[in-house]
Design a protein around this ligand. Structure first.
Ligand SMILES: *Cc1c(COP(=O)(O)O)cnc(C)c1O
Length: 401
């Protein structure tokens, strides 16, 4: 999006504010679809947890996407946004049998990731087809915070437990209609991903009634200059070919599914903040913005480096700044960053603010969560109001002391 458009949005809607560009979402969706153009049945299920605003979900519905959900509330949001139950896959981890039964009753595709629940669910609902989440024990990416397929991970059913799994399926007479993996959040090495896929194909051969194989996600997008991103086009070429071969052997045209979050929405998002104070200390120049990890926690939680641009002074002289927040806690967004000269009241735009930003925001320090704006058809639409003091008090009960 153009700096001037963003600046105008900050003027019209105040700060801090999240802005999402629907064109970019569409572009990424089409890019992924084209990369797998050779697969007869492709299904993209957008991972709701990345950015769960109902208006954003409606864009995905219009694009023909399905949804990947991890809680019953996300399922309900998806249904409310107009998705049909059969377009939604529910992939929880560590939730109760009761919640899974609730989701099954709503008619969504159930994905189970542990043997205990599989045995209980299969015993009680042998007629409901179930997908199983496999842990292929493959490490994608180097950061253990965001790799979920490796040996110590809490996610998925270990491939070493397949014999036990098969016994449960046989004893309960349940139907397994899908095989799933989600190996982590950073696929850089396509060969590692293809290796994990082979494990999935091997597993799939054990089940005769499959409709789909779900390869999860973990597509990497660039955050800062020099970052490498997943080569989607190359992955598309190689995996499509292998998938089509597998389908031939299997004797049925299965659906190839993915469930990307970050890839589809990260780069569509901008987080606009206002500079409250420029503070020169003996060693550093701090730019303090009207936000903190209550609104954007990824830099502190994952060490993510969101590019920051001064849209109020895009041609100013570049200087070094540490950009920090206003909450009473260390909340450093960026250290020693080269940014166009910053004055108080300037608007700083954080890039890659579409995925896991607003959806991880909190009320820490009793601050309001920001507004959200969707840039759609060349117009800015408010899609979530900024919170007010009533929201802070809501659900609090004041007792007689
Ligand atoms: C979070 C999640 C995703 C999306 O991951 P991204 O890295 O955002 O693409 C996909 N599948 C499951 C099961 C998830 O939990």
């Amino acid at each position: 999006m153009k700096p001037n458009t963003l600046l105008q949005i900050a003027k019209d809607f105040g700060s801090p504010v999240y802005v999402y560009d629907s064109e970019k979402i569409k572009f990424q969706y089409n890019r992924l679809t084209s990369a797998f153009g050779k697969v007869k049945h492709l299904k993209l299920n957008y991972a709701v947890k990345a950015l769960s605003n109902i208006s954003v979900l409606k864009i995905f519905n219009q694009l023909g996407s399905g949804l990947d959900t991890v809680s019953i509330q996300e399922v309900q949001l998806g249904l409310k946004a107009g998705f049909k139950p059969e377009q939604i896959i529910y992939t929880p981890n560590g939730v109760s049998l009761e919640e899974i039964e609730k989701a099954a009753k709503l008619g969504v595709q159930i994905n189970i990731d542990n043997l205990s629940i599989l045995e209980q669910f299969g015993t009680r609902h042998p007629k409901t087809p179930v997908c199983i989440r496999i842990n292929p024990h493959v490490m994608a990416g180097g950061n253990t915070n965001i790799s979920v397929g490796h040996i110590d991970s809490k996610f998925g059913i270990s491939i070493h437990q397949i014999p036990h799994l098969l016994r449960i399926v046989e004893n309960t007479n349940m139907t397994i209609n899908g095989i799933h993996m989600h190996t982590g959040s950073d696929i850089l090495d396509i060969d590692v991903f293809l290796y994990a896929s082979e494990i999935l194909f091997d597993t799939a051969k054990n089940f005769k009634n499959l409709d789909f194989i779900d390869f999860g996600s973990g597509f990497k997008v660039p955050y800062k200059t020099g970052d490498i991103e997943t080569n989607i086009e190359e992955l598309g070429k190689k995996l499509s070919k292998r998938f089509n071969e597998f389908c031939k052997d299997y004797g049925k045209e299965l659906t190839l599914a993915f469930e990307p979050g970050k890839f589809l929405v990260s780069e569509a998002g901008y987080f606009l903040t206002r500079v409250n104070v420029v503070k020169q200390t003996t060693s550093t120049v701090f730019a303090q913005v009207d936000s903190g990890f209550n609104h954007l926690i990824r830099p502190m939680l994952y060490g993510s480096q969101h590019e920051i641009i001064n849209i109020s002074n895009p041609n100013g002289r570049e200087r070094f700044y540490s950009v920090v927040g206003y909450i009473c806690e260390t909340d450093t967004f960026a250290n020693n960053r080269r940014i166009n000269e910053i004055s108080e009241d300037d608007i700083l735009a954080f890039k890659n603010a579409g995925a896991y930003c607003y959806s991880m925001a909190s009320n820490y320090n009793s601050r309001y969560r920001p507004a959200e704006v969707l840039w759609h058809n060349k117009k800015a639409h408010l899609i979530r109001k900024r919170e007010t003091f009533d929201d802070i008090l809501n659900n609090q009960i004041e007792i007689q002391i």
